[in-house]
Write a new protein. Sequence first.
Length: 293
Amino acid sequence: MLFLLLVSVSTWRLPSTRVVAIGDVHGDLSAMTRTLAAAGIIDERHEWIGGNATLVQLGDVLDRGNRERECWTLLQRLKATAPASGGAVVLLCGNHEVMNALGAAGPYVHASGYAAFGPDRFAAWAPGGELATQLADCPVVAVVGDSVFVHASLPADASHESIERLNAETREWLLGRRPKPPAALLGGRQSPIWDRSLSMPSDEEPSLPACAALHAALRRLGAARVVVGHTPQRQVNCACDGAVWRCDTGMSRWVMGGKCEALEISNGVVRVLGRESEAVLAKRHNKGELPVN
């Protein structure tokens, strides 16, 4: 009974037939909205049109760019409005969200970002505050349908119990009820928000041991794949025989101005959205048909 309760509180197991995942945003509102529009999630007014889809944002909304507050606010609004159409929005904790809650993101904040969330950015994101309370609703690891979503990497020893424990302890820390974050959030090879073993080298296959460990973890979880961000790729791609999909395209112009692509998982079929429509969207932006953010 306790296990079922924990699942209902801290892990997402939504029955959506269509899941759309987008990678790291890093304060680029224009890139984020272009990606969401290409995926059929928002319209030109940035309103939800995704129907009963589940949108998963893989973390790192914050830092680097100068529109991070607008990015965060829009995602929170979509999270609130999507259920009216039968949809849902799942926002994950990335390493940059955790660094902000720790007060350690200074080197990565845009010059205009120090006042973006109020007079004291780090006080605004401190555990127990309003923004950290919003962040407390963002799991570190989420399960939607037959896929696992996590910012950087799925630990080799991941289990249902360890995922539930990590999500619950992270939530307690962000709510100000636990003095320190779980050790897994602070770094290391098995950190779900820092480890790059499934994404390096970029656009290439990870090591054979990393792939083998991933397949074992997915079997343990009864999942088909893991979807990650964190490490920029030239385009959304898969590795380990389709067991991992890497969705950080460095879309923010403060990272590498990469492709505005999203991943769609629908009835077990995985495809990349945005590759054919990107040129069309760019032309529409240039003509002023879409808002310049």
